[in-house]
Ligand binder design. Structure first.
Ligand code: NAD
Length: 249
């Protein structure tokens, strides 16, 4: 198994790509901690993983809130004594009708960028004590290019995650900590997405994908699995784009 004996924390694991990663990582032998604000859904996925013979634990976490990170890390330390993998995946969508709304800019950067920074900070503090680990941050193609239907606060947050990842890789490589980013393209719409779920907008964006279709949550999960595993032991500060060729066109 590709993650045998690893302890992995995945934020935003109650739904979408986070859920797909929780199920996949557990199948690959990891003890998986699912952290989310959606308690009922998160506990349901956790129960399904445990029912299938995996090891999963649900913990409530709003990634914007530093006090909640402290509580979650304390609980993980007490239960497992180590943390090998952190996937900062929780996020809210920038596909909203009012692309110039200032309050939404603040919300997008608070959840997506500040939330990721806090995840990186607490991952580093824990991994330093045990000789290293792997951090995988979920950016987006929106962190690389602009798109007509995306609030620029989302682009700014995802671009911030892209280079924050490189910065953390440079600063903590000597602690044995690898930090990489995954950049999904057209995937199933996020729970918080409005315009990307609109069939006309979606059809236009999908027409520009060289592989001719949307990606699946599992296809993004496999990229994160590789980066999280020891197979990627000499890879840090890098990005994997999972977009069917969209940004290559
Ligand atoms: P999703 O909406 O299906 O799932 C996101 C999860 O994050 C949900 O379970 C949600 O409850 C959780 N979450 C939201 N805010 C949170 C908070 N403050 N604290 C803790 N958990 C919180 O979205 P998804 O499609 O699975 O997206 C996962 C990641 O991939 C996100 O970072 C997203 O920005 C990114 N992404 C998505 C797409 C796409 O098209 N779906 C494309 C590129 C990048």
């Amino acid at each position: 198994m590709r993650l045998a004996s690893k302890v992995a924390l995945i934020t935003g694991a109650a739904h979408g790509m986070g859920e797909a990663m929780a199920r996949l990582f557990a199948r690959e032998g990891a003890k998986v901690i699912l952290a989310d604000i959606l308690e009922a859904e998160g506990r349901q996925v956790t129960a399904a993983i445990n029912g299938a013979g995996g090891h999963a634990l649900y913990l409530s976490l709003d990634v914007q809130d530093e006090a909640q990170w402290v509580a979650v890390m304390g609980e993980i330390q007490q239960r497992y004594g180590r943390l090998d993998i952190v996937v900062n995946n929780a996020g809210i969508s920038g596909a909203v009708p009012d692309r110039l709304d200032v309050a939404y800019f603040d919300k997008l950067t608070a959840v997506n960028l500040r939330g990721t920074f806090l995840g990186v900070k607490y991952a580093i503090e824990s991994m330093k004590k045990t000789g290293g680990g792997s951090i995988v941050n979920f950016s987006s193609i929106s962190g690389l290019i602009g798109q007509e239907f995306v609030h620029m606060g989302y682009n700014a947050a995802k671009a911030g995650i892209h280079v924050l990842t490189k910065s953390a890789a440079v600063q903590f490589g000597r602690d044995g900590i690898r930090v990489n980013s995954v950049h999904p393209g057209m995937m199933p719409p996020m729970r918080t997405s409005v315009t990307a779920a609109d069939p006309a907008v979606r059809a236009r964006a999908l027409a520009a994908v060289p592989l001719g279709r949307a990606g699946t949550a599992e296809e993004a999960a496999y990229a994160a699995l590789f980066l999280a595993s020891d197979e990627a032991s000499y890879i840090t500060g890098a990005e994997i784009i999972v977009d069917g060729g969209y940004t290559a066109a």
